[in-house]
Design a protein. Structure first.
Length: 278
C-alpha cells in the first residue's frame, strides 16, 4: 500500500466498519481508531489498559532501543523519561527560557533562505536540528569538538535500520538461536549496532557532565545542564552507585529523545508502512 494512501484507507475502514477496526497480520496487531471520542476514551480515560508500543523485537529488544521514550513500553522507564521531559517542553517554560533561541534561529533560517532560496527544505531540517541541539545541550559541540548533531543523527540511523522489518519481528523466538547459524545475520548486526549505540550514549553522557563545569551562558539554560544539576543536588555521597548510574542514563536518553523527537512521527509512519508490507 503506498504511503499516500494510508489516511484514505484508514478513513474508509471507519466508514465501513465503524470507529474501531482491529487488524491482525503476521507478528502485528493494529487497532485503527477513526473517532476522536473513541481515541479519548481508550487512550486517555483507559490509558493504563491501552497505552503501549508495538513489540518490535529487532528495535526494542535486540538493539535495546526500548529504553527510549518513543519506543518504550508503558513502564517505569517511560514514566521517568516522561517526567523529565514534561515540564521542560511545556509552553510556559519554552516561552520563558527558550524564546531568545527560537527568535535567533528563525532569523538565521530567513537569512540562509535569502542567500540560497533553492535550499529552503534542507535549511529548515538543519535549523530545526540545531535548535533542538541548542535547547538540549546549550551548544552544537562540546569543548573537544564533539558534534552533537552528528552523534544524534548516527543513533537515528540505527533506529531507521531497526525499522526496516526483520524476520525476527514476525517470529520473535528466532532471537534465541545462536548468531552463527545461517540466516542469523540480523543477530550479528544487532549486537554490533547495540554496542555502537551504547558507546554513543556514554560519549554524550560524559560530554554533558563535562559541560557542568562550563561558564558558557548558553549552556546553563539547556535541558541537560538543568537536569544534571537537579541530579547532583538530589544525590549525596554514599547513595547506591548502580541506581545513580541508571538515573544518569535515563537523563541522557531523555536528552537524546528531545532531538530524535522531531523524526518520530516519520518513523511511526514507516512502522505502518512495514506493517502493511507484511
Amino acid at each position: 500500500m503506498p504511503r499516500s494512501k494510508f489516511p484514505i484507507t484508514w478513513t474508509r475502514f471507519g466508514e465501513e466498519y465503524g470507529p474501531l477496526t482491529w487488524l491482525t497480520i503476521p507478528g502485528q496487531n493494529l487497532l485503527i481508531i477513526n473517532s476522536f471520542e473513541a481515541a479519548k476514551e481508550l487512550l486517555e480515560k483507559r490509558a493504563l489498559v491501552f497505552i503501549d508500543r508495538p513489540r518490535f523485537v529487532m528495535l526494542r529488544e535486540l538493539l535495546d532501543l526500548g529504553n527510549y521514550l518513543a519506543f518504550s513500553a508503558y513502564n517505569e522507564t517511560w514514566r521517568k523519561q516522561r517526567a523529565h521531559l514534561k515540564v521542560p517542553l511545556s509552553a510556559s517554560v519554552i516561552k520563558r527560557d527558550y524564546s531568545p533561541l527560537l527568535e535567533v534561529k528563525a532569523r538565521e533560517y530567513l537569512e540562509r533562505c535569502f542567500v540560497r532560496p533553492e535550499n529552503f527544505l534542507t535549511e529548515i531540517n538543519r535549523i530545526v536540528a540545531e535548535t533542538n541541539i541548542k535547547l538540549t545541550y546549550g551548544r552544537l559541540e562540546d569543548e573537544q569538538g564533539l558534534d552533537y548533531i552528528q552523534i544524534n543523527a548516527h543513533i537515528l540511523e540505527f533506529i531507521a535500520q531497526g525499522l526496516q522489518g526483520y524476520v525476527v519481528d514476525l517470529f520473535p523466538a528466532l532471537q534465541y538461536l545462536p548468531a552463527w547459524l545461517p540466516g542469523m545475520k540480523f543477530k550479528r548486526d544487532a549486537a554490533r549496532w547495540k554496542q555502537e549505540i551504547s558507546d554513543l550514549e556514554h560519549v554524550v553522557s560524559k560530554s554533558a557532565k563535562g559541560s557542568m563545569l562550563s561558564d558558557d551562558p548558553e549552556v546553563r539554560p539547556s535541558f541537560m545542564f538543568k537536569k544534571l544539576q537537579e541530579f547532583q543536588e538530589k544525590y549525596e555521597e554514599g547513595m547506591d552507585v548502580q541506581q545513580q548510574m541508571e538515573d544518569e542514563m535515563v537523563i541522557t536518553r531523555s536528552g537524546l529523545s528531545l532531538f530524535l523527537g522531531k523524526y518520530f512521527s516519520r518513523l511511526i509512519h514507516d512502522i505502518l508502512l512495514i506493517c502493511s508490507r507484511n
